[in-house]
Design a binder for this molecule. Structure first.
Ligand code: NAP
Length: 247
């Protein structure tokens, strides 16, 4: 059996960095998934590990099946599944385009659930499922309503999955970054970045370390950890009113 990693959203940002980090893990193949084929080819040319490119739109559930069909050949064992593809849109729910928001739900939730579902039966005994959520998943966020809610789904789904998969020796972790310097803000806010922003590679390295330690969630950065701890102990009514002032 060939030992593999599957990384969605590998054509930029954290997905790209996950691929770079997994290049030294003695894998037989890394399967890289995103829509922009030329970037996936560039990434493949920079990695030592053999790559399989899936240039597909993950919101098309028929296209997703290409990955499943390849797995069905039963030649592969998944060591790492990294569900990282996702995007956000900032703005008032009722004025943002509805189809774009539904597409966000299709990618951030539906595709992630689908890929997780068909991958589990091919995971190795010490397999790791790394789901990229967000610190936004812990808070209701004004002007980021659908995105934050989609990531709340990812956190809760992943934490429950960790419990279900424990007897199989598979670990699932929700990675919950604060703002990270990637192409995310080109899509979410037309390039307007927060003043305070983390480096992608640092978030990725910590996520892989935390997954190895079988943590439930991975939160990078002192400030983000303080914010998340406070969010945990703050009553919901107060969290909602603080969120009203944040964006
Ligand atoms: N950056 C942040 O501040 C931040 C903070 C918290 C959480 N996150 C989460 O981190 C994850 C990675 O984002 P990033 O920050 O690295 O942003 P990014 O650089 O924009 O990367 C997003 C990746 O998703 C892929 N993608 C988007 N739509 C897709 C589709 N329909 N089908 C297949 N692939 C698709 C993109 O590739 P193509 O365009 O080539 O398809 C790209 O590779 C996301 O889930 C995001 O929500 C980001």
């Amino acid at each position: 059996m060939k030992k593999i990693a599957i990384i969605t959203g590998a054509s930029s940002g954290m997905g790209w960095d996950f691929a770079k980090e997994l290049d030294n893990k003695n894998l037989d193949e890394i399967w890289i998934v995103a829509r922009r084929k030329e970037l996936l080819e560039k990434l493949a040319s920079e990695l030592k590990t053999r790559c399989k490119i899936f240039d597909i739109d993950l919101t098309d559930s028929e296209k997703n099946k290409k990955i499943e069909l390849e797995l069905e050949k039963k030649e592969y064992e998944i060591k790492y599944l990294i569900n990282n593809a996702g995007f956000g849109l900032m703005g008032e729910f009722s004025t943002l385009n509805l189809n774009k928001q539904l597409n966000m739900i299709d990618l951030n939730i539906r595709a992630l659930v689908q890929v997780t579902y068909f991958s589990i039966k091919f995971m190795s005994k010490s397999g790791e499922i790394i789901q990229v959520a967000s610190t936004a998943g812990f808070l209701p966020m004004k002007n980021f309503a659908v995105y934050a809610a989609s990531k709340a789904f990812v956190v809760n789904f992943t934490n429950a999955l960790a419990l279900e998969l424990k007897p199989k020796g598979i670990h699932a972790i929700a990675v919950c970054p604060g703002p990270v310097k990637t192409e995310f803000f080109d899509v979410a806010t037309n390039g307007k970045e927060p003043v305070f922003i983390y480096e992608s590679i640092k978030v990725v390295k910590k996520a892989l370390k935390d997954s190895k330690k079988a943590k439930l969630n991975s939160i990078y950065g002192f400030l983000m950890n303080v914010v998340m701890t406070l969010a945990h102990f703050t009553p919901r009514r107060i969290k909602v009113s603080l969120s009203a002032k944040s964006l």
